[in-house]
Ligand binder design. Structure first.
Ligand SMILES: Nc1ncnc2c1ncn2[C@@H]1O[C@H](COP(=O)(O)OP(=O)(O)OP(=O)(O)O)[C@@H](O)[C@H]1O
Ligand SMILES: [Mg+2]
Length: 247
């Protein structure tokens, strides 16, 4: 369904790195709906990788295919209908929440499904949110969920989720996790989550991509990865994270 071969992005600050690439040699093969978590240290290029997969930034090398068509054949507009990025920092368009939710749909040539939008607003923990409210006056956590719902309404085959619960408290994080679990089951959406919370990776994915050394160093089933990572880099990373959780 979604296939990426030898994807690379040249680093724009190579003097600060041992490699001329921010990442290279990225191979991705997704045959059916999956839930993948993308983990790794800060600055590894996780956000840039997701942005590249969504064609929000151009790859410097490699090839991407979605259902038999290459990204260059489809072009960014068509491509982003299928593979949709939800940013780490939500950006609201001017206007109300409802306008934010409906504009994205209309821009992509879909009619606005108000009923579904209201259902998603409710299940993401935003019950009672006034849709006529100015979107730029929302809290960070509210914006994050509106941005997520805005993308879900496009019903992409692949949702690229960049720390989408980072501004939320535990209760709302769980609401969003549940919402996305149900969405995955109901719509068959593939989800690639960037998260710094290893417990979230365990809860939300059956496959892990561990980014280190300018590439996806490990691609493994989640349980296997956390039970026995194959690389020293991953063992160190998991070890550090465990200490963080305990301290
Ligand atoms: N071509 C490039 N495109 C984007 N960032 C680049 C590039 N080359 C080098 N960089 C640098 O690499 C880092 C990539 O950041 P990115 O946001 O992708 O990392 P991240 O893994 O998502 O980090 P975090 O966990 O903190 O969100 C930044 O420091 C950026 O300046
Ligand atoms: Mg990031």
């Amino acid at each position: 369904m979604f296939e990426v071969n030898r994807l690379a992005k040249v680093s724009h600050d190579p003097e600060n790195s041992r490699s001329p690439y921010l990442f290279s040699g990225i191979d991705v093969h997704i045959q059916q709906a999956e839930r993948i978590s993308l983990i790794g240290a800060s600055g590894q290029g996780k956000s840039t990788l997701l942005r590249t997969l969504a064609l929000l930034t151009t790859p410097d090398e490699g090839k991407m295919m979605f259902e038999g068509a290459s990204s260059s054949e489809l072009g960014p507009r068509q491509w982003r209908k299928h593979i949709c990025y939800v940013a780490q920092q939500a950006v609201m368009l001017p206007g109300s929440v409802e306008e934010n939710l409906s504009t994205a749909s209309r821009l992509h040539g879909y009619s606005f499904d108000r009923k579904l939008a209201e259902e998603l607003v409710h299940t993401s923990g935003l019950t009672g949110l006034d849709l006529s409210k100015n979107a730029r006056e929302l809290s960070g956590g509210e914006m994050q969920r509106v941005a997520l719902i805005r993308s879900m309404l496009l019903r992409p085959a692949v949702l690229l989720l960049d720390e989408v619960t980072s501004s939320l408290d535990t209760m709302n994080t769980r609401a969003v996790e549940q919402l996305l679990q149900e969405w995955h089951a109901r719509e068959g959406t593939t989800m690639i989550w960037v998260t710094h919370e290893l417990e979230q990776a365990v809860r939300m994915s059956e496959r892990v991509w561990f980014m280190s050394g300018n590439t996806i160093l490990e691609d493994a089933p989640t349980k296997e990865f956390f039970r026995e990572p194959s690389t020293e880099a991953a063992r160190t990373f998991i070890g550090f994270k465990k200490e963080e959780v305990q301290s």
